[in-house]
Ligand binder design. Structure first.
Ligand SMILES: Nc1ncnc2c1ncn2[C@@H]1O[C@H](COP(=O)(O)OP(=O)(O)OP(=O)(O)O)[C@@H](O)[C@H]1O
Ligand SMILES: [Mg+2]
Length: 309
């Protein structure tokens, strides 16, 4: 018998990653495989060249087929964009003298609304933050508890402009990837679910996912998200600054970044040097690693990322 499969695609500015896993009773049991291809047609997480994006997605499908990775009929996608926003909303279900079931929670979550929903934006993900029984008792997990009048849920709601999501869905549809009704996730949320422990979420943790064109930020406290946003800058900007600062080309700047750059100044000794090929001329040049890091890399990270958080 064929087991149930779940497929997810992470849509990144530098790469597209597709993964499938076997699921049992709604839980992931075993990873089937992961395929990765270079991305194209995206800038800062958003589609800027539809045909190029379509080609990259098509390469991903072929790669998954070659690797014999089954693709589920409905898939999930992770996206990142500075236009992702969030609201805190509330939803309710009446329960007159009964025990709270998972179905009650689903109904309450389906009813969630913020007081000021953003215009022309699609609600993509709803994360419960807390439950309130009978207008009074705030609880983390109400299943099995008794409610005399109602169950209310407080939720963290992610939104994205319709036009933005439409381009992703159209391209995915053209390639027979059908996105589940509740299948669009901000990568900030996906990264936090994948990497943070319950204790980290409880005690307060800021997660920063430095991507190629975007930086996703999400803060957890008391077990659930408190705020989240995406900056339109990423590791690409560091490569770019090295390219301009050293007057070299993108490939050489990327090599320097990956091979030598560290933000831990204790790891760098005064004599460490980087030899590189400048954009013009055949003579190689040399720069002290410490100067590269303190004059180019750290200012960029402080200015574009740290000061924005
Ligand atoms: N060893 C390394 N050292 C420094 N930077 C690295 C290293 N490996 C990868 N990177 C950088 O990480 C970036 C890619 O990150 P990631 O794969 O998270 O981005 P993405 O998901 O494609 O993009 P985004 O989420 O921003 O749309 C590239 O800019 C790359 O240069
Ligand atoms: Mg990413």
């Amino acid at each position: 018998m064929l087991k149930d499969v779940i497929t997810a695609i992470d849509i990144g500015t530098s790469k597209l990653v597709g993964a499938s896993a076997e699921v049992e009773d709604g839980k992931v049991k075993e990873l089937i495989g992961i395929s990765e291809v270079p991305s194209s047609g995206l800038r800062k997480g958003e589609v800027v060249d539809y045909q190029a994006f379509l080609e990259a997605l098509s390469m991903l499908r072929e790669e998954m087929q070659e690797n014999k990775i089954r693709i589920s009929p409905n898939i999930f996608i992770g996206i990142s964009s500075r236009h992702l926003t969030y609201r805190i909303g509330y939803g309710e279900v009446r329960i007159e003298g009964g025990t709270v079931t998972p179905e009650h929670i689903d109904i309450a979550l389906d009813n969630v609304k913020p007081s000021d929903p953003p215009k022309d934006e699609r609600l993509i993900t709803v994360v419960p933050r807390a439950f309130i029984l009978d207008d009074r008792h705030r609880v983390r997990n109400p299943i099995g508890m008794t409610a005399n009048t109602s169950l209310e849920v407080e939720a963290f709601m992610f939104y994205i402009p319709e036009t933005l999501v439409f381009n992703f869905l159209r391209a995915l549809n053209e390639l027979d990837f059908k996105v589940d009704d509740k299948g669009i996730f901000p990568t900030s949320l996906a990264s936090s679910v994948a990497t943070l422990t319950e204790e980290e979420k409880e005690s307060g943790t800021l997660l920063i996912d430095l991507g190629h064109g975007t930086t996703d930020v999400i803060f957890y406290f008391k077990g659930s998200p408190s705020f989240s946003f995406t900056l339109p800058v990423g590791s690409f900007n560091i490569t770019y600054d090295i390219e301009i600062g050293l007057r070299t080309n993108e490939e050489e700047a990327e090599r320097i970044k990956r091979t030598f750059v560290t933000l831990n100044l204790d790891e760098i000794s005064e004599n460490d040097a980087v030899t590189y090929q400048p954009r013009y001329g055949s003579m190689t040049r040399t720069i002290r690693l410490k100067n590269l890091v303190t004059d180019i890399v750290i200012p960029r990270i402080e200015q574009s990322i740290v000061s924005q958080i």
